[in-house]
Write a protein that binds this ligand. Structure first.
Ligand code: TXD
Length: 318
């Protein structure tokens, strides 16, 4: 096979995040893009529109839309955003049931048409959906991962930059745990120009605490401002950074929802941990020392994720 052949990237779900993924994948020259959605002809419309930006942007990727899973055949990478948002009056169980049904269908089709692909799941509730995808598809654990931590860390980095005035380029952030308000942003392992946040001159513990809280509620803040839907630009950019690290074997370290086999004491679950992403997918999971307080916050987050897994069992999906 020609190793210079373009990658095929299929997006399952062509909604808000899906459309931005298509645009960014083309802009980053990741490969040719296929947009799949169950809504009739909509992905074809969005794909054609995005394809028509390529002559103007000077890009060579093709972008096609489809309502047929057969068109994702042979994909190198799949990014899943399929799902429905919580509607007024809908219980958590109703939402979980609906999205779990969608994810089961997606997993069966991805396994059928693109069993060798890397898979990045974005759909919520994230940690449960990536776990379900892996169980239903049976695809290799090191090739199936969830996007949440990159976004949460990006939010933390943005807030640190807003507070210190330092460019986001010189800021790193470390976030562990499940996606949601139990996530664990770790100031001790976050840096400004290489200086741990906790040592940064003039930054009080109160200010750090406020940024940690704002990060944990970062998704809700945007939902409240938008009034309809949830964040889509930064989530798309985050998944694209993960995709780039895998497809170009960059070996970057990102917080990702990964399958645990004893790391940090967790087994048979997906939760956000720092991972090295390269040509093999998840090439390494880093275990760092945590204080008793940090570990108990992570345990609390793991408990919430475990709860979702139990719900999936109770509802008959596992
Ligand atoms: O950090 C994170 N992981 C997240 C997750 C950050 C932000 C948003 N996050 C979640 O991503 C959000 O809660 C949703 O579950 C997904 C997708 O968000 P998006 O904003 O793109 O939602 P849309 O615009 O509603 O798009 C979802 C699309 C929509 O076009 C549906 O028609 C489609 O999913 N859909 C399906 N596609 C394929 N197959 C099936 N069965 C299907 N059902 C619905």
């Amino acid at each position: 096979m020609n190793k210079y052949k373009r990658n095929k990237i299929s997006l399952i779900g062509a909604g808000q995040i899906g459309a931005n993924l298509a645009m960014m994948a083309a802009q980053k020259n990741l490969g040719d893009v296929v947009m799949f959605d169950v809504v009739e002809s909509m992905p074809m419309g969005k794909a054609l529109d995005i394809h028509q930006t390529t002559p103007v942007q000077g890009l060579s990727s093709t972008i096609t839309g489809t309502n047929s899973y057969a068109d994702i055949e042979g994909s190198d990478l799949i990014i899943i955003t399929a799902g429905i948002p919580r509607k007024p009056g809908m219980s958590r169980d109703d939402l979980l049931q609906t999205n779990a049904k969608i994810m089961t269908d997606v997993a069966q089709n991805v396994k059928k048409y693109a069993p060798n692909a890397f898979v990045i799941v974005i759909s919520n509730p994230l940690d449960a959906m990536v776990y379900l995808f892996q169980k239903v598809s049976g695809m290799p654990k090191q090739k199936v991962l969830g996007m949440a931590g990159v976004l949460d860390a990006a939010r933390f980095r943005t807030f640190i930059s807003m507070e210190t005035g330092v460019s986001v380029e010189d800021i790193t952030a470390f976030v562990l745990g499940g996606h949601g308000d139990t996530m664990v942003p770790l100031p001790r392992y976050s840096t400004v120009g290489g200086i741990p946040l906790t040592e940064y001159p003039g930054l009080s513990a109160e200010k750090i605490d406020a940024m940690v809280k704002r990060t944990a509620g970062g998704g809700g803040e945007i939902v409240a401002l938008l009034k309809t839907g949830s964040a889509f630009f930064a989530p798309a950019a985050s998944a694209i950074a993960m995709a780039e690290s895998i497809l170009f074997d960059k070996k970057r370290i990102f917080p990702c929802a990964v399958y645990c086999e004893g790391e940090y004491g967790y087994k048979d679950m997906h939760i956000g941990l720092p991972a090295m992403l390269g040509a093999e997918g998840i090439e390494k999971i880093l275990e760092v020392k945590l204080t008793a307080e940090e570990k108990s916050a992570l345990d609390n987050s793991a408990k919430a994720v475990e709860g979702l897994k139990e719900d999936l069992k109770r509802l008959g999906f596992l």
